[in-house]
Every structure is written in C-alpha cells, then in structure tokens.
Design a protein. Structure first.
Length: 353
C-alpha cells in the first residue's frame, strides 16, 4: 500500500510540472508531440489533436515533448520558431506550477496543523536568549538583517552558520523593536548549542491566515532548497545529503510508518488521515524543491532553456542550434551520470540504515 501512495505522490508532482509546460505550450500555439507521465516502456497511450498522451512504466519523471525542441523544425508551431517571450513562459511554467501545487498543499497543512510565525512561546533557562531579556510572546523580526517570516528560518539560518557566530537579532516586544547580539550557548545535557528561544507554532485564525502562511511556507521551502544547493557547492553538505527517487521513496515510507504508529490506537480513519497529511506535508517540500532544481541554469533543465532564451533576448541573436545541441548533450550526459551516482548512493544509504 505504501508503494502505491509513493507512486501517486511522485506522479502528481511530475504531472503538475509537465502540465504547466503543456498548458503554456498550447496557449502559445506550440505543437506538443507527446505528453508523458513516467519514463521507459509505454503502458498506455492515445492520440488526440496531433498530441500523443502516454503513461510509462517507471514513475520517476515525465516529459512534454514539443515540436522543434529536440531537433530543428520548419513548422511555424515549433518551439524554437516562437518568440523569446513565448519560450520563456513555456520553460518557466513547469517550475511555476510546482510552486502553485506546493501552495495549495500548504493551505491543507496550515488548516489541519499549525502555522509557523517566529513568535517565541518558551525561553530555555540560563540561555543566551534569557540573558538578553527575550521573553515568551516576543516576535523575531530579523537575523543579521535577513527578514524572518517563519520560525524554521531560524533553524535554517543556524545550519548555514557556525555555532559560535554572533548574530544580530531584531525582535518585537510589546510593539517596540529591540536589537541584541546573541551567540549560542552550549546545553550541558545535550551538548548542542542553542539561542534558547523556542516556538511551537499556533492554530490558524481562519482562511486568510492560512493563505498568508501557505505563501510563506512556499517561500520558506524555496529558500531552504536554495540554501541546500549553496551547502552542496560550498562543501557544507556531504554526498549522503543527496537524495534521489530511491532515497525519497524510502523516506516517504518511513514517514508513513511513523504516522501510522503515532495514532495506532485511534482507528483506521485516524491513521489514514495522519498518513495523508504527513504525505501532503512532504509533497510540499518535494514540489518546491523540484521547482527550484529545474530553475538551475543547467543545460537540459528548464533553467538551461531559460538561460539560452535570455542570452538570445539580450544579444538579439539566437545561440547557433548546433552549439546549443552540443551543450544540451553534455548537460544530459552529466545529469545521467549524476542520476546513476545518486541511485547507488541512495541504495547504499538504504542498505546500511
């Protein structure tokens, strides 16, 4: 049952991404030769209005194959024969739809769980926060000049900086702004370093509140994804922090099992609801990450296509097709090598778990 749920989540996220490309291609009168969910051998396919729709065996991706995208085409409805603006919209639409999906899922999470304002609910004894006079009810406004909207941004900020890094914190106390400089203190019981303030979130105050924090949730997930890329590039993250379909599927399986265990004595419906909400919560992260990763300026990804279109728009000349094809070919080869590496890395992590 878990594997079916995992396939459905992957399928929905990929479908929404590819549907974004498909919809904007149709809007710009670009011919779509094939719209596929999944990779590998075809399980089912049908043709409607010059477009073949297919479902393929491996639920690890999908594609929207447009006329003139993989090869040169003389058709007026070919991708490369459309204006730079049209191609820019089509390429950006996939990641955009992933962000929209993450937003819609976030509304559900904010409704059933809690919202995440950076309002302090508890102060640890003998902590840096207590010494600075920060109190429950105070709201963190910024860290080193970076505006904070979600409490988890504080955790994210801490991951990107050394524990002994002094941080300028602006906070709101009874409507007045205060600024202090804090350095984390070591907790003798755990050995970890903390500022000393904690937030447990709060229940939403209605639909408007849920919409607001759904937007902020997507903002946070995008920020976290960008920070993860920075950590990989700068060496703050290791290869074991990389995760592909196998690792993601294994993590989703663990999430579902833990969700069942949390409410194992509360009936089948409660178990189903808890598993569903935990999957939706993880899907927010996946969808936002897929959007961000596809916007990276890497050949063969959406970001690579956007980069070529921007170069054309700025220079007034299209990059020669043969050179673009060579760059994209190299990009595809490197992505395939990365996928193979991540697959075996995932497999090793799962087997040694």
């Amino acid at each position: 049952m878990n594997i079916i749920a995992i396939i459905i989540v992957f399928g929905v996220i990929v479908f929404v991404h590819e549907f974004g490309h498909f919809l904007f291609a149709k809007m710009n009168r670009i011919k779509v030769n094939e719209f596929s969910i999944g990779m590998g051998p075809s399980i089912a396919s049908w043709t409607k209005k010059d477009t073949m729709y297919s479902i393929r065996a491996l639920p690890i991706g999908g594609y929207c194959l447009m006329e003139g995208m993989a090869e040169e085409s003389d058709s007026v409805n070919g991708y490369n024969n459309k204006s730079p603006l049209a191609r820019l919209m089509v390429s950006f639409a996939g990641p955009l739809f992933n962000f929209i999906l993450a937003f819609l899922f976030s509304i559900i999470i904010c409704h059933f769980y809690t919202v995440d304002p950076p309002v302090i609910t508890q102060i640890m004894e003998n902590s840096a926060a207590e010494e600075a006079g920060i109190q429950p009810g105070d709201e963190i406004i910024s860290l080193d000049g970076q505006r904070i909207y979600n409490y988890r941004e504080i955790t994210l900020y801490s991951m990107m900086h050394e524990y002994n890094h002094p941080v300028d914190i602006v906070f709101d106390h009874d409507g007045e702004r205060h600024e202090v400089t804090l350095t984390k203190k070591k907790d003798l019981e755990t050995g970890n370093y903390y500022f000393g303030f904690i937030s447990t979130g709060r229940a939403s105050e209605g639909l408007a509140d849920e919409l607001k924090f759904a937007v902020l949730e997507v903002r946070f997930q995008i920020k976290a994804a960008v920070s993860s890329v920075k950590m990989l590039v700068t060496g703050h993250a290791s290869k074991d922090d990389l995760m592909g379909p196998v690792g993601i599927g294994n993590t989703m399986n663990d999430i579902m099992e833990d969700a069942k265990e949390e409410v194992k004595d509360e009936g089948a419906w409660k178990q189903f609801l808890n598993v569903f909400l935990n999957l939706i919560n993880f899907a927010v992260l996946l969808s936002a990450n897929l959007g961000v990763m596809n916007l990276l300026p890497v050949p063969a990804l959406d970001g690579g296509k956007i980069l070529f279109v921007l170069i054309e728009a700025i220079s007034g000349k299209r990059v020669p097709p043969e050179k673009e094809a060579i760059v994209n070919g190299i990009g595809v080869a490197l992505l395939m090598l990365l996928m193979i590496f991540v697959f075996f890395n995932d497999l090793g992590n799962v087997l040694h778990k």
